[in-house]
Design a protein around this ligand. Structure first.
Ligand code: NAD
Length: 263
């Protein structure tokens, strides 16, 4: 394939690490142009960009939009359209977590989680929808969570934001249905991203348990398979949702949670 010719373009927010990065790697391998986004040190972000670019024939750029800033989110989408001539796939993925009792939950953390995990997706879709309508095609694939379907204590902001993003995807699915635009939410259970790995070691120390005990008795208590979901599994589902074969999957919550939400 010639670079830039009839090549599809995907924007993935929060793709400097974890699930977003895995999705970027999979789409890059499949030949997409990629717009990476996320926080991090400039040299590390450039190294990541170059590594992802080496995987496929598409072009890979980085845009540092802060998901708390609607103007920067708008610029992310506009820059993508100007550079690649469209936005075929949008993956709202950036997210943060904070775990605390609701009466002690810091208001600033509530605002940040609602802002990054939910409102940023609204701003992204708001900016991308006219482009996708013009193309008469588009795929919006939000990385939600099992917490879009069920709750856990002490995660009020996260659970509220994730339930909210599912409602947003359902609404966008209806608005996009006659324009060839689908909108879905992937709902992963626990995924072993660098963030979670750090928590395992800390929890083991704090509770005087082995890391294996922490994984089975604390983290994966809710997940019947007692196995983590992998980044690669989520990335494969995302690429499938972007394919022609998935054209009739829209407005759906797709759990990938080892049976968590079946209980
Ligand atoms: P991660 O911490 O590895 O990645 C989060 C990404 O978001 C990073 O690239 C980070 O730079 C970016 N980010 C954070 N704040 C940002 C901001 N203000 N502006 C722009 N980018 C920002 O975490 P992850 O586990 O890969 O999580 C990715 C998504 O998957 C999140 O929405 C998370 O809620 C969801 N998820 C994770 C799990 C899990 O167990 N790890 C499970 C279900 C859902």
């Amino acid at each position: 394939m010639t670079k830039g010719f009839s090549m599809k373009t995907v924007i993935i927010t929060g793709s400097s690490s974890g699930i977003g990065l895995g999705i970027a790697e999979n789409f890059a391998t499949a030949g997409y142009n990629i717009v990476l986004n996320g926080l991090g040190k400039a040299e590390e972000l450039e190294a990541t960009r170059a590594r992802v670019a080496a995987l496929g024939s598409g072009e890979v750029i980085f845009h540092g939009a802060n998901m708390l800033k609607p103007d920067e989110i708008d610029d992310l989408v506009k820059t993508t359209e100007a550079k690649f001539g469209g936005v075929d796939v949008l993956v709202p993925n950036a997210g943060i977590q904070h775990v605390e009792k609701i009466e002690d939950f810091p208001v600033a953390k509530w605002d940040a989680i609602i802002g990054i995990n939910l409102s940023s997706a609204f701003h992204l879709v708001r900016a991308a929808m006219p482009i996708m309508k013009k193309q008469a095609s588009g795929r919006i694939i939000a990385i939600a969570s099992a917490h879009a379907l069920v709750a856990s204590p002490y995660k009020s902001a996260y659970v509220a934001a994730k339930h909210g993003i599912l409602g947003l995807m359902k609404t966008v699915a209806l608005e996009g249905a006659e324009f060839g635009i689908t909108a879905n939410a992937i709902c992963p259970g626990y995924v072993e991203t660098p963030l979670v790995t750090g928590q395992i070691a800390d929890t083991a120390k704090a509770r005087n348990m082995t890391e294996e005990q922490v994984i089975n008795e604390v983290i994966l208590k809710a997940q019947p398979t007692k196995q983590f979901v992998t980044v690669e599994q989520i990335a494969a589902l995302a690429l499938y949702l972007a394919s022609d074969q998935a054209a009739q999957i829209t407005g759906a919550a797709l759990p990938m949670d080892g049976g968590w939400t079946a209980q």
